[in-house]
Write a new protein. Structure first.
Length: 326
C-alpha cells in the first residue's frame, strides 16, 4: 500500500482526496519509482480542482512532476537505485502521476536527476522551472544576448516567473518583472529583477503596436497581457509564450509580426523531446543559483496539496511548492 492523492468523478462530481492505494492498482509501465518529492504547478491546480476537464480517465493520481529513486526496472536505461526526474508526458492527465509515494511509468519518460540537485531541489524547479529554462533557451536560440536590452517576465511571483528571473539575471540580462503583487517587490528584486512593473498596466485591451522597449519577453499570462507584451517588443525581438494565467485568448493583429519582425515562440514542456529536456536540466544545473531557488520554496506534505490547489489558481502561491510525499 502507498499514499496518493486520488481524483475520482461520480454523479456527485469531481473530488480529490488523500488515499491509501494498493500497489496492484499501479498502471502499466516498465519502471517503478519510489517517489520522494513532487510539486504543485498551476496545471496541477487545474487537474485537482477539475476547473478544466483535462483528465482522460478516473480514478487519477495527479502530479505532473516527480523525483525519486528507481525501485524496479525492465527498461535498459534504468536500474534500481537510480535517481530520476519526470516532467510532463501526460503524467496526472493520462497516466497516474507524481503526487504519490510510488509511481509506475515508462522509462523513456525519465531523465537522470542532475548531480547538482537533490530530489527536493529538482521538484522546487519542477515543470515550472524547467519550462522557464525552455523559454530562456528559445530567446537564446533567437540570438538575444544581454547587451541587446531588457527582458520582460510576466507572472513574476509565480513558479515559471520566479525561476525565469533567477536564471536571466544570473546570465547577465536586465530583467523587468511584471506582477500583480507589488508587495512582493523585495522578493522579486532579490531574485534578480532590476525593476518591478504592476501587471495592471498590461491587463487591458491595448493597441497591437506600442512604444518599443523590450529586447525579448517570457510570458506566462496570455490574453491581453501577451498582446501588450508583443506590442512593445523592439524590432526583431522575440517573445516566449508558455502560459495562460490571464486567459487563453490572444486578441491582436499581425502588425507586430509583419512590421516589427517579431517572433512569437510557443513553449511546451509536456511533450518536449528528450534531447531538449536533457539540455534544459543541464543548463538549470549551471545557471540557477541554489540560494535563489531556496528562497522560492514552500515545503508541504501530501495532506496539504488538495487545499492548495485553488490557491495556486487564484495566484496566491508565491514561488514554488515542494511536496514531501512521505
Ligand atoms: P503560478 O500560479 O505559480 O504562477 C502564475 C502567475 O501568473 C501568478 O503567480 C501571478 O503572478 C500571475 N497571474 C495570475 N493571474 C494573472 C492574470 N490575470 N494576469 C496576469 N498574470 C496573472 O503558475 P506557474 O508558474 O506554474 O505557471 C504559469 C503559467 O504557465 C500557467 O498558465 C501554466 O499553465 C503555464 N505553464 C505552461 C507550461 C507549458 O508546458 N506550456 C509549463 C509550465 C507552466 P503575479 O502575482 O506575480 O502577477
Amino acid at each position: 500500500m502507498f499514499k496518493a492523492i486520488l481524483i475520482d468523478k461520480d454523479e456527485n462530481g469531481h473530488a480529490a482526496t488523500l488515499a491509501e492505494v494498493d500497489d496492484g492498482r499501479l498502471p502499466e509501465g516498465d519502471v517503478t519509482v519510489r517517489v520522494e518529492h513532487s510539486t504543485l504547478n498551476y496545471k496541477d491546480g487545474l487537474l485537482i480542482t477539475g476547473r478544466i476537464p483535462l483528465i482522460s480517465h478516473f480514478p487519477m493520481v495527479p502530479g505532473i512532476d516527480l523525483a525519486g529513486t528507481v525501485e524496479a526496472s525492465d527498461h535498459p536505461d534504468w536500474r534500481p537505485g537510480d535517481k530520476v526526474v519526470l516532467n510532463g508526458y501526460g503524467l496526472g492527465e493520462r497516466h497516474w502521476g507524481g503526487l504519490a509515494q510510488r509511481a509506475r511509468v515508462r522509462g523513456d519518460w525519465l531523465v537522470p536527476l542532475p548531480a547538482a540537485f537533490s530530489t527536493r531541489q529538482a521538484m522546487a524547479i519542477g515543470t515550472a522551472g524547467y519550462a522557464a529554462m525552455l523559454c530562456v533557451l528559445a530567446l537564446e536560440r533567437h540570438g538575444i544576448r544581454p547587451s541587446d536590452g531588457e527582458i520582460l517576465v510576466t507572472g513574476a511571483s509565480g513558479g515559471v516567473g520566479s525561476v525565469a528571473l533567477a536564471i536571466l539575471s544570473r546570465l547577465g540580462y536586465r530583467v523587468v518583472a511584471v506582477t500583480g503583487r507589488t508587495a512582493e517587490t523585495q522578493y522579486l528584486k532579490a531574485l534578480g529583477a532590476a525593476e518591478v512593473m504592476d501587471r495592471a498596466l498590461l491587463a487591458d485591451p491595448g493597441a497591437p503596436m506600442q512604444a518599443e522597449r523590450w529586447a525579448g519577453a517570457i510570458d506566462t499570462a496570455g490574453s491581453h497581457t501577451l498582446v501588450n507584451v508583443c506590442a512593445s517588443v523592439r524590432y526583431g525581438g522575440a517573445v516566449a509564450a508558455t502560459g495562460l494565467a490571464h486567459g487563453m485568448d490572444f486578441p491582436t493583429t499581425v502588425l507586430p509580426f509583419v512590421l516589427r519582425n517579431l517572433a512569437l515562440y510557443g513553449v511546451d514542456s509536456v511533450m518536449a523531446p528528450r534531447e531538449l529536456r536533457l539540455r534544459a536540466w543541464q543548463r538549470l544545473a549551471r545557471d540557477l543559483n541554489p540560494d535563489k531557488l531556496e528562497s522560492m520554496i514552500r515545503d508541504v506534505g501530501l495532506s496539504e496539496v488538495v487545499g492548495l490547489a485553488p490557491e495556486i489558481l487564484a495566484g496566491r502561491v508565491r514561488g514554488r511548492i515542494v511536496v514531501d510525499v512521505w
